[in-house]
Design a protein around this ligand. Sequence first.
Ligand code: FAD
Length: 224
Amino acid sequence: MDKSIKHRISLVQSNKLENEYYCFDFEKPAGFTFVEGQFCVFELLNNNIEGRNSRVFSIASCSGEDNIRFATRIVDTPSEFKQALLKMQAGEEMLMTTPKGKFVLEKDYDGVFIAGGIGITPIRSMLLSKARNTRKRDDTLIYSELVECYPFKDDLEKLPGLKIIYACDIEPTQKAITDCTKKYQNNVFYYLSGSPGFVKGITGLLKENGITSDYIKFDVFVGY
Ligand SMILES: Cc1cc2nc3c(=O)[nH]c(=O)nc-3n(C[C@H](O)[C@H](O)[C@H](O)COP(=O)(O)OP(=O)(O)OC[C@H]3O[C@@H](n4cnc5c(N)ncnc54)[C@H](O)[C@@H]3O)c2cc1C
């Protein structure tokens, strides 16, 4: 378990978004700051579960929002950690470490954001922040989700200056990426987030298409 400062955070609400996706909103501790795209370790309190009682989740909210939010996939036979999450009631507390991670926005650049399923969480945070803090933008989100469930679709579609391409299979995802690399080449940053297999495959495709490592940033959701 991480040795950094731990904040006690209180659950405000949890919601099933759609299909296997759930989101959890917590009160923001006084003075808590983070950079959009970062993650924290979230630890259960008072739970006697088998195995690890903490998980890494990216912060899905942006600094301008009232709550700290994370979102996750919870399948029919979830880990004990996720079973305990589902049982949490408003007012119950968890521990949250200080935020970490370098998967953050590059100032003054447009972006092509590529999310694989639940990999949308840090990207939602970054895109909301960009919408609040950047006057003119030309960003693209390629949202790849194999069963056509797109958490946070409504929030994302309201953002100005963002073109969203939904892709519900590997081939349309690859086509959308190739179209973007032809259009933007090494003039934008490419932000990828999702399972290790997703990030590895997409990084390979970007490089085949001539995008250099300097312009590729990624967050690997180890555990999927
Ligand atoms: C930087 C980062 C950000 C993440 N953000 C999110 C997020 O926003 N939302 C989200 O749902 N998930 C996120 N994850 C993944 C998350 O931490 C969990 O691993 C995932 O949700 C699966 O949890 P689980 O309880 O269902 O399965 P688990 O009980 O964690 O098990 C899933 C499988 O992964 C293996 N595994 C778990 N952790 C590791 C590890 N560290 N190294 C190697 N193998 C491992 C287990 O042995 C098992 O086979 C993130 C991970 C990282 C590293």
